[in-house]
Design a protein around this ligand. Structure first.
Ligand code: NAP
Length: 244
């Protein structure tokens, strides 16, 4: 029986690559999405054609009840979630002084309360089994701060604190919690910054290119695997040397 993984925000970008690599490594994957139903269903269909077990499920991670429903449905279809990848996230560029309440609250709701909702929904089974793995997707901006990305950086720094705190709290229950901090990755999130900024980011990356979603997926797959059985509470930075 395949073990079941839930990847939030897996309709595109990093989450899509994570779901794909995990499926190829033998996980049954639940592909969560917010709006891009067709992309999520297509991915699930492709993975099933390759002989993998996959299911697309809609939920806004900021909505606790919706997340609980999604985790129940995933468990019924694919088995209880044994690996949670908290990937869904939103970003915003702008002066801190211009950020209004709605934007600030939405950023916290998706990027921080979302992972809280998902962890609390999957934990009862993990605690019962004394087994489970959680991987949170933070960011290099959460490690070093980012001008005009204050709210985003705050949420990503908080995810690192969540990772380390939960790692300590859940270790006695056999549950590992780690974090990947991507650098600049070629997805819609970075494309939205425009070509000039993209070129600048390439220039600032010692390896001379943006990362691919697959680069991050491989880091997640490693932390999720038995190869990382003695690793918990860690932040694995995958950034082409950006913040060395
Ligand atoms: P992306 O291309 O913008 O994709 C975002 C994904 O999250 C989509 O699948 C989207 O679903 C989903 N999503 C957004 N809000 C959601 C919500 N409220 N509930 C459920 N799903 C939601 O982003 P990405 O670049 O792949 O980033 C993925 C993660 O990596 C994020 O946490 C981001 O902060 C982090 N990260 C990215 C970079 C980078 O350079 N790209 C760097 C560091 C960290 P729909 O398609 O259905 O809307």
């Amino acid at each position: 029986m395949r073990k079941s993984a839930l990847v939030t925000g897996a309709s595109r970008g990093i989450g899509q690559a994570v779901a794909t690599v995990l499926a190829e490594e033998g996980w049954a994957v639940c592909i969560n999405y917010l709006e891009n139903r067709d992309a999520a269903e297509d991915l699930a269909g492709q993975l099933r054609c390759q002989g993998c077990a996959a299911l697309a499920l809609q939920a806004d991670v900021a909505d606790r009840r919706a997340v609980e429903r999604m985790v129940r449905t995933a468990a019924e279809a694919l088995g209880p979630v044994e690996l949670l990848v908290n990937n869904a996230g939103i970003s915003h560029q702008g002066l801190f002084q211009d950020m209004d309440d709605a934007l600030w609250e939405r950023m916290l709701a998706v990027n921080l309360t979302g992972p809280r909702n998902a962890v609390q929904a999957v934990l009862p089974h993990m605690l019962l089994q004394k087994r489970g793995t959680i991987v949170n997707i933070s960011s290099i901006w959460g490690l070093r701060g980012g001008s005009c990305e204050t709210a985003y950086a705050c949420t990503k720094a908080a995810l690192i604190a969540l990772t380390r705190s939960l790692a300590l709290e859940l270790a006695p229950s056999g549950i590992r919690v780690n974090c990947v901090a991507p650098g600049c990755i070629e997805t819609d999130m970075v494309r939205a910054l425009g070509e000039e900024t993209r070129a600048m980011l390439v220039e600032q990356t010692p390896l001379g290119r943006l990362g691919t979603p697959e680069d991050i997926a491989q880091a997640v797959a490693f932390l999720a695997s038995e190869r990382a059985a003695f690793i918990t509470g860690q932040v694995l930075t995958a950034d082409g040397g950006f913040i060395v």
